[in-house]
Ligand binder design. Structure first.
Ligand code: SF4
Length: 911
């Protein structure tokens, strides 16, 4: 009998973004099956339906296998191409990009989807000299990243998460069932077996919520109100960890409350400035309860007042930040939140009590000694065992930034940050609040012909001076990220690109390069509009977006709109890195990264996009890409600065491969990873594993390992002075001379509130709730990731069409039966689909799976495929624009530019 497989190769899965280790079993060079790698720290042998179905991705009829050029005379969207050679394709691109670079590099826009190589693509854009670069974060979960990083210096998923090994209560909010998939499933299983209590807050009870001990249905877009009420209850009931707030947050910092002062709302400082970090001051004042005097924070023997109002020696009235928070929270009663969220007030009150009492009464200590940033030795680490996890359901609203600020503050009131049983960071986090390691340019002069961009294309503004705007306050980037419209758009705003380029607002571009981003379908709001814009011509008969390049492994809806198609490899055919410079696989106990190595040769003429970028970089003369043979060589030898010893991979550095994180390049590095199941994990000493925001030992180590530039404490920002700096500029005050344009002043003044506040999502504010009474949301199923899998023969057997799930009470009120065809209308469009009764959705919400419905002609599906005939795409009902000043604004969070995917209101009727 022949063995099922003769050879086993290990690599890293990419059927979703979780990066599990897999074993690929081959016979005669062909993949026979894929299973989980038991030796891998992320999934420990567990594999999901998607991961095991990777074999069918290889065999998909939708693969692109040759470079293609749109046929002369064919219209975009028709999908009429002729094959060309790679040399021809790259020469076309090289000529075009060279010309753009020599004239105006920002005419080249480069946007990528859910890729895992943003350190490389970002470097390419920066070296090219264009600011017009971003990945998918702006339309995914930037609110989660920005809201948390600006508050606690880290965020969920790749950069931190719940410590379920020691938590007793786990609260999950708005998390899709595939998110952080296998690792979270393993952790929840262990947590529940150990007797932990799991509460899920979500409009829909599927996936993780289905196995929660308690499901708390909530109306979409109202999570912020729940968070505010929970915070208020903790404060009211005295269930906060006061010592944690005093020592590790800015709760005791004194805020100038003189409304007439130029510095209103900013912290009061000691005369002597601390320069531990030139970008961040640490000399804010406390009001010392013992001496009854203002003192510099953390002065020896001082005890900060958290409440009250005081006067400085010069007469300036001040209040501790916590006092301002307390005042803000006063009106946010459970009864107030119940009206907004639909959750009974008693349940909110009980949840707050459960959180507060678990954190207080079940707290414990680990015998791990550590020294804090002020030189004080602690013999133990305390744990307050309440853990949270939240994601896109909370983030993808135009009010999400403040909701997530409120969640971060809730976690901080409970004293759970980087403590056992609470939220724990993963390297390279924690970073500053906000981080200053990547400085974005702050004016148009940063873009110069034939010159790399003077700054990073993406970063974290700390005030108006950091905005990327021109002398009139206008945006420099095509997506308007880091402008006064979206000052903290730290992941860029991919969802604005096609529309802005088409409108020429703020300018026209020449070439748009999309890498695995399906902008003509599921990655666009109102995709029909996006398709029209991609295909539209100006008065001279030229396309308004003159040249579109698409790089993808599969024939997505967007491919048909390309002028040039570059066929990418699959994850099983290429080298790849999950780098600490990007989105690593770090664990709570230390940094970790991983690689992919090819297990089969590329299909047809496919080339890894990584290789193509390095090749293109060399051809264009981009300085950072010169002298490398290919991507493999580039990853091995590239250093962030000459001789820095810091590169894409942290394992087996140094000539002998005996160094971790920092060390000279090692020619054998790829082999070492391949021999170690494709990952590297550096476990830190235990005393560096907790309280890392304020752990002196960790900071010294992190500085040595180039994870941090400065060893200063990372204070939790209950009160976000950064936001106040923008607000002051809008009020013609404050230290910055920069001012928002007149039409945006009020908007900046309202939304840049240094304390969290709740407002209804912008679209809901503008929609007549009686005409459109229902919220409509999507989520990804466990068996498919984004739009990636409708070409996968095995996974199509699980999901080949999608229905709209409606609470039976809601459906019956409209005389809709289970299985009826219905019409779903929003102010922006309508779709037809099948209604399905579901008790597992709150009555004011309808929902469906994301990206199952497909456009005819794409993904090599038959014209009568279920995805085309029975599936539907909710995006047709969601607008990318909202009415507003100066011709309207993007349907996005006014702070971060996060796309408001989950804000649409609809009505339903029998078709
Ligand atoms: S969760 Fe599944 S699809 Fe995602 S990386 Fe792991 S095995 Fe692959």
């Amino acid at each position: 009998m022949r063995a099922v497989s003769a050879e086993v190769k290990t690599t890293t899965c990419y059927m979703c973004a979780c990066r599990c280790g897999i074993r690929v079993h081959l016979r005669d060079g062909e993949i026979r099956y894929i299973d989980g790698n038991p030796a891998h720290p992320i999934n420990r042998g567990v594999i999901c339906a998607k991961g095991a179905s990777g074999i069918m991705k290889q065999k998909s009829p939708a693969r692109l296998t040759r470079p293609l050029r749109r046929k002369a005379g064919a219209e975009r969207g028709a999908g009429e191409f002729e094959p060309i050679s790679w040399e021809e394709a790259l020469s076309v691109l090289e000529r075009r990009l060279k010309k753009i670079r020599s004239q105006d590099p920002k005419q080249f826009a480069f946007f990528t989807g859910r890729d895992q190589m943003q350190a490389l693509t970002g470097l390419f854009a920066r070296q090219f000299g264009t600011p017009n670069y971003a990945a998918h974060g702006g339309f995914c979960s930037v609110n989660m990243a920005a809201g948390m990083i600006y508050t606690i210096g880290g965020s969920f998923w790749e950069f931190g998460g719940p410590d379920l090994d020691r938590a007793k209560l786990f609260v999950m909010i708005g998390t899709a069932e595939d998110h952080h998939s296998n690792p979270l499933k393993i952790a929840i299983s262990k947590f529940k077996r150990a007797g932990g209590r799991f509460v899920s807050v979500n409009p829909v009870r599927t996936g993780y919520s289905a196995i929660a001990d308690e499901w708390i249905p909530i109306r979409p877009g109202t999570d912020g109100a729940l968070m505010m009420a929970l915070c208020a209850e903790l404060v009211r009931e005295g269930l906060c960890d006061r010592e944690f707030l005093e020592q590790y947050t800015n709760a005791g910092y004194l805020v100038n409350v003189d409304a007439a002062s130029r510095d209103e709302g900013l912290f009061a400082h000691a005369a002597l400035e601390d320069r531990t970090n030139p970008f961040r001051r640490h000399d804010q004042l406390w009001w010392d309860r013992r001496s009854g005097r203002p003192v510099r924070n953390h002065s020896e023997g001082a005890e900060p007042a958290l409440e009250g109002e005081y006067r400085l020696d010069d007469g300036t009235p001040v209040k501790p930040a916590f006092q301002l928070l307390r005042e803000r929270l006063e009106a946010h009663t459970p009864e107030w939140a119940a009206q907004i969220t639909g959750i009974p007030a008693a349940r909110i009150r009980a949840l707050a009590a459960q959180m507060g009492r678990t954190a207080r009464d079940e707290s414990f200590e680990l015998p791990i000694a550590w020294t804090d940033s002020w030189g004080r030795r602690h013999e133990r680490v305390r744990g307050n065992p309440v853990a949270f996890h939240a994601m896109r359901g909370m983030a993808a609203h135009s009010n999400g930034f403040h909701s997530i600020r409120a969640l971060s503050i809730l976690m901080s009131l409970l004293g759970t940050i980087d403590r056992p049983g609470g939220f724990r960071h993963k390297a390279p986090f924690p970073r500053g609040t906000p981080p200053v390691y990547a400085r974005i340019p702050n004016g148009p002069d940063a873009v110069k012909p034939d010159t790399p961009l003077a700054g990073a294309p993406l970063g974290f503004p700390a005030g108006p001076e950091d905005l990327f705007v021109d002398a009139d306050g206008g945006p420099v980037r095509i997506d308007k990220a880091f402008s006064w419209e979206y000052p903290l758009a730290v992941h860029g705003m991919m969802h604005n690109v096609v529309g802005n380029a088409w409108r020429g607002d703020p300018y026209r571009i020449d070439t748009l390069l999309l890498f695995m981003a399906n902008m003509a379908w599921n990655s666009s709001m109102r995709p029909a509009e996006a398709r029209r814009m991609l295909n539209d011509k100006d008065e001279n008969g030229e396309y308004r977006i003159p040249f579109v390049v698409v790089c993808d492994a599969f024939n997505s809806e967007t491919v048909a709109y390309a002028d040039l198609v570059l066929p990418d490899t699959t994850y099983l055919e290429r080298h790849d890195v999950m780098s600490l410079l990007d989105r690593p696989i770090s664990e709570f106990d230390g940094p970790a990264d991983s690689v992919r190595v090819p297990v089969v040769p590329p299909t047809g003429e496919c080339r890894p996009f990584q290789d193509v970028l390095v090749d293109l970089g060399k051809r264009l003369g981009l300085p950072a890409f010169q002298g490398y043979r290919d991507y493999v060589d580039f990853i091995t030898r590239f250093e962030t600065e000459p001789g820095s010893g810091q590169g894409f991979l942290i394992g087996w550095r140094g000539k002998l491969g005996d160094k971790a994180l920092v060390g000279e390049p090692n020619a054998a590095q790829w082999d070492r990873y391949a021999a170690n199941n494709c990952f590297f994990h550096e476990r830190m000493p235990e005393e560096l594993q907790y309280m890392r925001n304020w752990n002196q030992g960790y900071h010294e180590w992190a500085q040595k390992m180039k994870l941090r530039r400065h060893p200063d404490p990372i204070m939790i920002q209950l009160y976000a002075e950064v936001l106040q700096r923008f607000r002051l500029a809008a009020k013609d005050k404050g230290p910055s001379a920069r001012r928002p344009p007149p039409h945006l002043k009020e908007r900046v003044a309202v939304y840049f509130d240094p304390l969290p506040f709740f407002y209804l999502p912008l679209e809901q504010q503008q929609t007549e709730s009686t005409a459109y009474p229902l919220a409509a949301v999507t989520q990804r199923p466990m068996a498919m990731y984004h739009s990636w899998d409708s070409q996968n023969a095995w996974l199509r057997q699980i999901h080949a069409h999608n229905d709209l799930y409606v609470n039976p009470g809601t459906a019956r009120a409209e005389r809709i039966g289970d299985g009826d065809r219905i019409l779903v209308e929003s102010p922006w469009g309508e779709v037809r689909c099948t209604a399905r009764y579901s008790e597992a959705v709150e009555p004011g919400t309808v929902w469906t799976w994301n990206a199952i419905g497909k456009a005819p002609g794409a993904w090599a599906l038959a014209p009568d495929a279920n995805e085309v005939t029975r599936g539907f795409l909710l995006n047709h009902l969601i607008s990318d624009r909202l009415p507003g000043p100066a011709g309207g604004l993007s349907n996005s969070d006014p702070i971060t530019g996060q796309a408001g995917w989950y804000d649409v209101r609809v009505r339903i009727a029998r078709a």
